[in-house]
Design a protein around this ligand. Structure first.
Ligand SMILES: Cc1cc2nc3c(=O)[nH]c(=O)nc-3n(C[C@H](O)[C@H](O)[C@H](O)COP(=O)(O)OP(=O)(O)OC[C@H]3O[C@@H](n4cnc5c(N)ncnc54)[C@H](O)[C@@H]3O)c2cc1C
Length: 445
């Protein structure tokens, strides 16, 4: 399974577009697609517009961890529901999404880090999770192929993993079978309003009349929202990932330490990332939102590699608004496809050989990068806009939206239809970044 196949096939523009829909979803990542699926299950007439390929950006490029462990408490009700959906997904949609409940392990390099992991246990207890601290002996059983002795770790056996290249396209097909219209190569340029509320979206292929629009545009949400007068603080970091050829088992689940994030794949290989390299290219957005992101930047200081160059100029030149009857920035860049960081790839190879000597002869067959979009407190933004009724936002999943995506889709669909989902979405309101609420990112590892 070549990862890049998800986004390198021919683009298929729609033969025609519908004149109207109850709801239009912007973005074919796991959040938009899951929302469309849950709406279609409720019989809602939904159209999803994706400017490139389904799962062509973050949702097809991530590590594939489906984890409850270490989350900000605000996300707990949604991730617990999400795990329930993942467990049933294959049965319900009749396609393999690669979901396996093989556990999630954070490995501590010293006692101080282990104590810090332990601080999350009260949250696990409140949500009746099976999370616990484990010792060196138990780690050896879970990661038998490791050449290192960790003093302990935080472990949740009921966490899982899924295959990013399988899951989102499969959910999109399931939504399609229930009547959702999934349009690819169909960028949304903007919205129209009537009497102050949403009345249509304008796509590159024409207008779709609707009273409800969901912006689930991932790394593009801030730019889209800014063009209609809504400020959404959002920054991007580049993460580099590799895939190995199938190899002997050194672990079956997901494990993270300061050197590597490693996950077993359903094809018998591993998806691996460097533990401490995240690239942030400074852009005008970095300066615009610097104050709000200060706590997150300070927290990630050790792993962030800052640079300034072409991206600054590109974003600087990007228009803030554009006419809806001409090509927009979304068509000009169908897909964010950053170059992987070669230094990170060399580091992964080195750390992999050191930690897992049995993998020393295992080939790295593919490398790619993805742009992770982040909110200032590293927790999503989900709400109906206060400024434009009928315009909804679901973005800022901050590097852990794959696992929570199906649960978020269920909750967002409930918000859109007004039927609710039992999940309180008020902690995710956009206004928390503007009303003086302290911005406190939760640090999980
Ligand atoms: C390297 C990496 C590792 C990660 N690891 C994990 C992990 O292990 N576990 C986890 O839970 N999460 C992980 N994440 C995070 C996770 O992938 C994201 O949080 C999640 O995929 C976000 O989904 P989304 O639907 O919000 O956005 P996306 O998947 O980015 O989808 C947004 C879509 O909107 C489309 N779009 C944008 N603007 C328009 C427009 N105007 N018109 C039409 N379409 C538009 C884009 O083309 C894109 O396809 C990782 C992310 C990366 C990059």
């Amino acid at each position: 399974m070549n990862v890049a196949d998800t986004w390198s096939g021919p683009l298929r523009p729609p033969a025609s577009i519908p004149q109207s829909a109850d709801v239009v979803v912007i973005g074919g990542g796991i959040v938009g697609v899951s929302t469309a699926w849950f709406l279609a299950k409720q019989g809602v007439d939904v159209v999803l517009c994706e400017k490139g390929h389904i799962a062509g950006e973050q949702s097809g490029r991530n590590w594939g961890w489906v984890r409850q462990q270490g989350r900000d408490e605000r996300e707990m009700p949604m991730i617990v529901e999400s795990l329930k959906i993942w467990r049933q997904l294959e049965n319900e949609i009749g396609e393999d999404v690669g979901y396996r409940e093989t556990g999630c392990l954070f490995l501590a390099s010293d006692q101080k880090q282990l104590d810090a992991f332990g601080e999350w246990l009260p949250i696990a207890k409140a949500y009746e999770l099976d999370t616990r601290l484990i010792d060196t002996g138990e780690i050896k059983q879970l990661v038998p192929g490791a050449n290192v002795e960790w003093p302990g770790g935080l472990y949740t056996a009921s966490d899982g993993r899924g295959e990013p290249q399988l899951a989102t396209p499969a959910i999109a097909r399931a939504a399609g079978r229930l009547g959702a219209r999934i349009l690819t190569s169909c960028a949304v340029r903007g919205i129209e309003t009537s009497a102050g509320r949403v009345s249509a979206v304008v796509t590159e292929h024409g207008r779709i009349n609707t009273s409800s629009v969901l912006c689930a545009a991932g790394a593009w949400s801030s730019m889209f929202c800014r063009s209609i007068g809504i400020s959404v603080p959002q920054l991007k970091t580049r993460g580099t990932v590799v895939r190995t050829a199938p190899a002997e088992s050194v672990l079956e689940g997901n494990a993270f330490d300061d050197h590597l994030g490693i996950r077993r794949r359903v094809d018998g290989g591993y998806t691996i990332a460097h533990g401490t390299i995240l690239d942030h290219s400074i852009t005008p957005s970095t300066i615009r939102y610097a104050f709000k992101f200060l706590p997150a930047l300070m927290q990630e200081w050790k792993v962030l590699r800052l640079s300034i160059g072409r991206d600054f100029i590109d974003e600087w030149k990007m228009p803030k608004r554009w006419p809806l009857d001409a090509e927009s920035p979304f068509e000009r860049m169908r897909m964010l496809d950053p170059e992987p960081n070669q230094r990170a790839i060399r580091g992964i190879r080195k750390n992999m050989d050191k930690l897992f000597p049995q993998l020393a002869d295992t080939e790295i067959v593919e490398a790619w990068a993805g742009m992770v979009e982040t909110s200032p407190d590293v927790v999503p933004i989900i709400e109906e806009s206060e400024k434009i009724p009928g315009f909804y936002i679901a973005t800022g999943f901050s590097g852990h939206g794959f696992g929570i995506g199906p649960g978020a889709g269920m909750a967002i669909a409930g918000m859109l239809t007004g039927t609710g989902s039992g999940i309180d979405l008020s902690p995710f309101r956009l206004s928390r970044f503007f009303d003086g609420t302290p911005i406190r990112p939760y640090h999980s590892v």
